[in-house]
Design a binder for this molecule. Sequence first.
Ligand SMILES: Nc1ncnc2c1ncn2[C@@H]1O[C@H](COP(=O)(O)OP(=O)(O)OP(=O)(O)O)[C@@H](O)[C@H]1O
Ligand SMILES: [Mg+2]
Length: 488
Amino acid sequence: MMGPHKIGSRLMLGFGLVILSFFGVAAYSYLRQQDVAGALEEIHKVEEAGKAGLQLANYAREKYIHEAHVLLGGGPGHEEHYQRAEEAMERWLCEMRSLLTDPEEMHLLEELDARGRDFDRHFQEEILPVVRRGEQESFLPLHHKTEEILDDILAVNETLSSRLDARIENTAAFARGASRQARTVTLVSVAVATLLALSFSWLLAGSIVAPIRKLVAGTEAVGRGALNTELAVSDPTELGQLAASFNRMTRELRDRREELVRARHLASLGELAAGVAHEINNPISVILGYVQTLRKEAAPGGSMADDLATVEAEALQCQRIVRDLLDLARPVDRVDEPMDVREVLEDALETARRTRAGAAVKVRSSFAEGPLLLDVERRWLKQLAVNLVNNAYEAMPEGGELAVEAGPLPDGGVHLVVSDTGVGIPAEHMDRIFDPFFTTKGAGTGLGLAICYRVVTALGGRIDVASRQGEGARFAVSLPGRRPGETS
Ligand SMILES: Nc1ncnc2c1ncn2[C@@H]1O[C@H](COP(=O)(O)OP(=O)(O)OP(=O)(O)O)[C@@H](O)[C@H]1O
Ligand SMILES: [Mg+2]
């Protein structure tokens, strides 16, 4: 069987979903923030590269100036200045290389490098030898070439610089987009998670609060005395189990109330019967006395003797009824000297076996080891045993199996079971078999089970019957031991 869906796991599922969605939102916005931070970092690098580009252009111009000075005969100092500007330009080129990664930009950078090298080669290999040789007529064309190379360098640098500006613009736009997106997603997700939490609470209210309300209404109804209140147990959670045990409880209460009503009913019937029985007891004893005297005097075998025998038999039956009726009203008390239930049961079985010699009944008894002592007057135990065993025999006119079990109860009491494979009890009789005078037998008085019931309930025990028509019957009796403080 699948275990019930525990309320705990429902709660965990619900809260888990809410927490998970909040976690998802947090993770997403963290990642977007990382994106924005990455973009800022990139912008910073590109700006640095832009600054380096400016420096590069400056030093290219400086180199041009020193070259011009050298041509104008400014002396060897300018060669040195040119050298330093050249080194500085190299440094800034290196700096830019370390900052840029884009292949297009790298390509432009290499172009710059190549142009720079052209500049140097022109200066070292063409200008300086000509200056040293003093060939003044070549100066102007050489200077023009220098100007051309410088223009190239500045143009490439300009292209690179506008590319970098565009990159900054793009990256900034990306960062703005990412942070806008993060804001929107966070807002939407928080709204969704809130909705989720609200619908979870709503579901929780439906699946927990509503059944609890029903339970409360049920208990209030029971409190008002409506013991036939039944709750739906379809809920698969612990609340369903609670509803089931609530139903069990009301059923038990109902049974107890019925028992109480029956006990009261029996008590008043018993009182009435006992009053009548008491009045009849003496006359019957007198009648029996006279009949027995008359029988002795009557001629044996005559019609008078036969009539008197019939009168005696009927009077004895009356006496039996009267005795049973008186039993129904007599108090059932505890005694100080305990009786052995096992011995009483064995006696009853033995008597039944002897008096019902014709019946093909197989008796199977299983008793716990040792005596089963109970501090109850023997006559009551005997009434119990004899009535249950006799009923079993009478239920099996065609023969069958009678099983008798007895054993101790943990509280010092005794439990016994008498079951047969006889005709069984129809469902419609179940409610009435313990009523006095209810009988389905021609010769029965219907007092047997009424007395059993009275004895058992007076001792604080219970008697349960399970039977189906045609499938035998099973009477289970438990008799508690004496409770502390209980007197005999
Ligand atoms: N073991 C049983 N199997 C089938 N029906 C039973 C059994 N025990 C009792 N009954 C039914 O319960 C009725 C009442 O039983 P109860 O012992 O009170 O009276 P009785 O046996 O009819 O008469 P009495 O015991 O006074 O001779 C019986 O008439 C019978 O219908
Ligand atoms: Mg009986």
